[in-house]
Design a protein around this ligand. Structure first.
Ligand code: ADP
Length: 192
């Protein structure tokens, strides 16, 4: 699940993963969990996350690789927030290849920047996430356009299927847009 901060990719990924009956692997949630537990990784990641930057690739890659080694990941996972840089994507492709696996599909949620800013500042009031400040957000958008957007180009160049989904609308409608697109590609998705 690919998309800018505030695009709703976390919400959609968890709904779609349920319907695909595979684990939802969310890099941001996993990192926040490390921060909450006060692990070495969490201590290193926290200031970077709060500033809206990216946690170093090697740390994130190690965390995701460990997750993919867990047994419930054997039948596939829905990745959310990873890969977020081209080097992460290249490493992921290698990690999957040794498992005889590959990225089956990229779902790209598209939301205009203005709408993203409104949504995130609203979320800041509700959830109080420590990176949902005006400054953290501005940085995350810059990082997204600079470092993350090229990931899509990477997958386009290696011929991975990319499904572009309009991310503006209500939550159920967007889920149905994604489910419909997956079904068109012969991927079986349960109806609720
Ligand atoms: P959002 O998509 O709203 O920015 P996430 O929960 O996906 O929220 O990510 C929150 C923060 O966690 C990011 O701004 C970044 O600092 C860190 N992070 C998440 N995924 C990655 C990743 N793949 N590589 C590096 N940093 C990451």
């Amino acid at each position: 699940m690919f998309g800018p901060p505030g695009s709703g990719k976390g919400t959609q990924a968890s709904r779609v993963a349920l319907r695909l009956a595979i684990p939802h692997v969310a890099a941001g949630d996993m990192l926040r969990n490390e921060v909450a537990r006060g692990t070495d990784l969490g201590r290193e990641a926290k200031p970077i996350m709060d500033a809206g930057g990216l946690v170093p690739d090697d740390l994130v890659v190690r965390m995701i690789n460990a997750r993919l080694n867990q047994q419930d990941a054997a039948k596939g996972v829905l990745l959310d927030g990873f890969p977020r840089t081209v080097p992460q994507a290249v490493t992921l492709d290698r990690m999957l290849k040794v498992r005889d696996d590959y990225v089956a599909e990229v779902i790209s949620l598209e939301v205009p920047d203005d709408e993203l800013k409104t949504r995130i500042l609203k979320r800041a009031d509700v959830e109080g996430r420590s990176d949902d400040t005006a400054e953290g957000l501005a940085n995350r958008l810059v990082v997204y356009h600079q470092d993350t957007w090229p990931v899509l180009e990477h997958y386009r160049s290696v011929g991975t299927r990319i499904e572009t989904i309009d991310g503006v609308g209500d939550i159920d409608t967007i889920t149905e847009r994604i489910v419909t697109a997956l079904r068109h590609h012969g991927i079986s998705v349960t109806s609720t």
